[in-house]
Ligand binder design. Sequence first.
Ligand code: NDP
Length: 299
Amino acid sequence: MPIAFLGLGAIGTPMARHLARPEWGLRVWNRTAAKAAAFAAEHGVTHAATPADAARGASVVITCFPVSADVESLLDGPTGLLATMERGATLVDCTSGDPATSARIAAKLAERGIDFIDAPVSGGVVGAEKGALTVMIGGDAAVIAKVRPYLEAFGQKIVHCGAIGAGDAVKAVNNALLALHLWSTAEGLAALTKAGVDPAIALDVINTSSGRSNASMNLFPDRVLTRAFPRTFRLALLDKDVGIAAEVARQQKVPAPMLQLTADLFRASHIAMGEEADHVEVVKWVEQLTGVEIRPASH
Ligand code: NDP
């Protein structure tokens, strides 16, 4: 039976490349059809004209869109996934989604005997290219077992986090921590730079000390100090993730002032910097607020 991949964005494209094995009969669909056509031509797979065409007779349909609502919007109607997905098939949603919408999608699919797991990923575009992503999953263990070979094509670490929505919730909290580290590292380095400390030297200390994080160890040295700011993961998407984390805390009636503050800061930065800014470019926003550019003395 063929498989389908929908959503050839920054991370979806390198994920789908690992699924383009002749024996899996991959079909791809993307809203901007030219991207799917180019991918299909390059990898010798099938370009589907609609989500329904991609899903017809497929055992597994994998989606990777900005938000869960995008997945939900592709279910119904004559060109939607439910027009052709069959009983026993599985929808694997790799969107960094929200637990409530994932639960709604899962319930709708269950009425038709179609399985669902929320399976967001971490590891970024580089991890996706290497097939080394972490996949965090909400759903049934038997369903995960059924689709595991496909997850292992792009994922190195596959973790069952709990019931439907648990993958989304873990992903959102992880990314809220990324956001918090990005923002607070920028504040700290701005203060140190203004105090006359070279931020490269400060990072050298922090990165062998207890304040280190992925932001301090990788993002600041590779993307901020170099002023490269490559576009790999949109700030708009990180804003969405932190908002989901704050909402998970609110739903659970867990006081979470840091999550809420971070959500508000990233919402404001997203509004200020627009839809296409990269997440690390939030540092430029902190630089504007503080009036300090975080540049090493050598740069
Ligand atoms: P992009 O913005 O690069 O791509 C989004 C994809 O979704 C594109 O294929 C776009 O189509 C499609 N799309 C957007 N809106 C709709 C819609 N309403 N209907 C149908 N298709 C739509 O996002 P990413 O690939 O970066 O991210 C995808 C998901 O993965 C997000 O949830 C993100 O948070 C998560 N993620 C991203 C990572 C990264 O490093 N980029 C890392 C880990 C998770 P079109 O080509 O037409 O615009």
